[in-house]
Design a protein around this ligand. Structure first.
Ligand SMILES: Cc1cc2nc3c(=O)[nH]c(=O)nc-3n(C[C@H](O)[C@H](O)[C@H](O)COP(=O)(O)OP(=O)(O)OC[C@H]3O[C@@H](n4cnc5c(N)ncnc54)[C@H](O)[C@@H]3O)c2cc1C
Length: 500
């Protein structure tokens, strides 16, 4: 039995694990893959903290920028808590080995991201998330934290609204296992990959933890707020980091005209690009004026991604771009200690709705949230676990045989693609009542078809077809919630822009 069982090994899960382990309680981290493969590894731009290493800045300015970007609906209390802890968070990461890029006088280098009134994002070239994740994972190995890798979350078990443990699928053996726990921290990331084919996220990020927490009775909130990043590569959706615009990159159309303030918050820039595309224009990111030396020193990954996935070298060519789903602001509602409405069930990181992003997230604030609140979640869970007298309960084990028994008459991979297209078109950058109702009716139709979507591969060893099908079933559940929330929110707010 675990005192603190963490689901998800991204930055949020690993930060929580490190803090919990320090208290000497029994901790483990469950992950569907391996920690270093988590979505956090893709973050490029930076982590915010008002250090004022390059330009004047203050915690108050950070709070104001965050509140403004949130459409004024973020919680000022939670935003203040996060921004006040930011310098400490960045320095804590440095103290455990985070290799930040440096200024000439050896301070942590900082750059400006969209919506920020100062150069506030601390970075490690354009590999910031990767370096954070590796730094945290190194420490976890040093602290001998137990990792249960290749275990796929299936269900939370509760009694009288108190968490008792989780069912997982051992992906290698295809067996269902149950782990008892006094507390569970959900750190399974966001749901932008519901927009399959139109997202910067990996296929992992379909919000399994959120869907299952909701099924277990945990309250969700702000699910309609999905952020579209202005600069996904046109062919693949792969992100070209905001640091490219932060350093002075231009957005232009095929006539060479600039049409927006490149450093406005992401929702505004995405809508400006969307309007250009609607008029039949093409849109490009132009960083040719940076020169090769600057690009290779500061944003080498962006050059590599453009060459590999778009076939253009940004040193001499324009980068074709299109806005794609990037970050989900909604999630499991948590209190100031990161506990959900289920006792003992905590949530942190992109799967949680802690009040800091409101209707739109400021670039650089997610890496901050996952580490700052990740640590807080770890400490809160330990404290809670020490007050719990665990009583065994009968648990209904998840039955994967039901899935093996389904007829395989409809190919769910095709449906996943169709769902992604529908969400992007009708629950996208601009929505209206009619488009939302159309998406809703397609999702309800797909839900009815689920009983005819079975397994093509019926093997019992490392069956990824099985986990992908379970993920798709969760995706249908969550998409329904996203659309319902979008229908209920009649007014435009941040990333949720309604034409009527
Ligand atoms: C391309 C890109 C660039 C970004 N750049 C920045 C940036 O510069 N600055 C910034 O602040 N933010 C950035 N973000 C956002 C930020 O990276 C994420 O919000 C953040 O890393 C999420 O961390 P997390 O720990 O909550 O979740 P994740 O890192 O997504 O980790 C989730 C974990 O849960 C596991 N998991 C999921 N489902 C299951 C399941 N069913 N069973 C078991 N395990 C499961 C996954 O395997 C993974 O280990 C970027 C995002 C992207 C996609």
């Amino acid at each position: 039995m675990y005192d603190v069982l963490i689901i998800g090994a991204g930055g949020a899960g690993l930060s929580a694990a490190l803090m919990a382990q320090k208290e000497g309680v029994k901790v483990a981290v469950i992950c569907e893959g391996y920690p270093t493969r988590s979505q956090t590894s893709m973050a490029q731009g930076g982590i915010n903290a008002a250090l004022a290493n390059v330009e004047d800045d203050s915690i108050l300015m950070h709070i104001e920028d965050t509140l403004k970007a949130s459409g004024e609906v973020g919680s000022k209390k939670m935003i203040s808590k996060m921004c006040e802890d930011a310098p400490n968070t960045v320095k804590w990461l440095e103290s455990i080995g985070m290799p930040y890029s440096r200024t000439e006088d050896n301070k942590i280098a900082q750059r400006r991201l969209g919506g920020a009134s100062s150069q506030r994002a601390c970075y490690a070239q354009d590999f910031t998330g990767l370096k954070i994740l590796h730094t945290l994972y190194d420490q976890c190995l040093k602290e001998d934290i137990e990792f249960l890798n290749e275990k796929f979350l299936l269900d939370f078990s509760l009694e009288d609204n108190v968490i008792k443990g989780v069912s997982v699928l051992d992906i290698h053996k295809t067996e269902v296992e149950f782990y008892k726990a006094k507390t569970v921290i959900v750190a399974t990331g966001g749901y932008s990959a519901l927009y399959y084919g139109f997202t910067t996220n990996t296929n992992q990020s379909t919000g399994d933890g959120i869907a299952l927490a909701s099924k277990a009775g945990a309250k969700l909130s702000n699910m309609e707020f999905v952020q579209f990043h202005p600069t996904g590569l046109k062919k693949s959706g792969i992100l070209i980091s905001e640091s490219a615009r932060g350093a002075g990159g231009y957005l232009i159309n095929q006539k060479g005209e600039r049409f927006t303030d490149e450093l406005a918050p992401r929702d505004k820039v995405s809508r400006a690009i969307y309007a250009q595309l609607q008029e039949g224009n093409e849109v490009f990111l132009d960083i040719r004026h940076f020169g090769e030396a600057f690009i290779d020193e500061n944003i080498p990954q962006e050059r590599k991604l453009s060459i590999t996935y778009e076939g253009v070298d940004p040193v001499t060519e324009l980068i074709p771009i299109s806005p794609v789903a990037h970050y989900s602001m909604g999630g499991i509602s948590v209190d100031e200690n990161m506990m959900s409405s289920v006792d003992g069930l905590f949530a942190v990181g992109e799967c949680a709705q802690s009040g800091v992003h409101g209707a739109n997230r400021l670039g650089g604030n997610s890496l901050l949230e996952i580490v700052s609140f990740g640590r807080l979640a770890g400490m809160s869970a330990v404290k809670y676990s020490q007050s719990v007298d665990y009583q065994d309960v009968e648990v209904a084990m998840y039955d994967i045989e039901e899935i093996y028994d389904l007829a395989n008459e409809i190919n769910f991979y095709e449906k996943r693609e169709e769902l992604g297209k529908e969400l992007y078109k009708n629950v996208g950058i601009v929505r209206d009542e009619k488009s939302l109702l159309s998406a809703q009716s397609l999702i309800l139709k797909m839900e009815k078809e689920l009983d005819f979507m079975g397994l093509g591969d019926r093997s019992r060893v490392y069956n990824t077809n099985l986990t992908e099908l379970i993920k798709f079933r969760n995706s249908i559940e969550l998409s329904k919630i996203v659309v319902q929330s979008a229908l209920e929110r009649k007014e435009s707010m941040g990333a949720h822009y309604r034409e009527n």
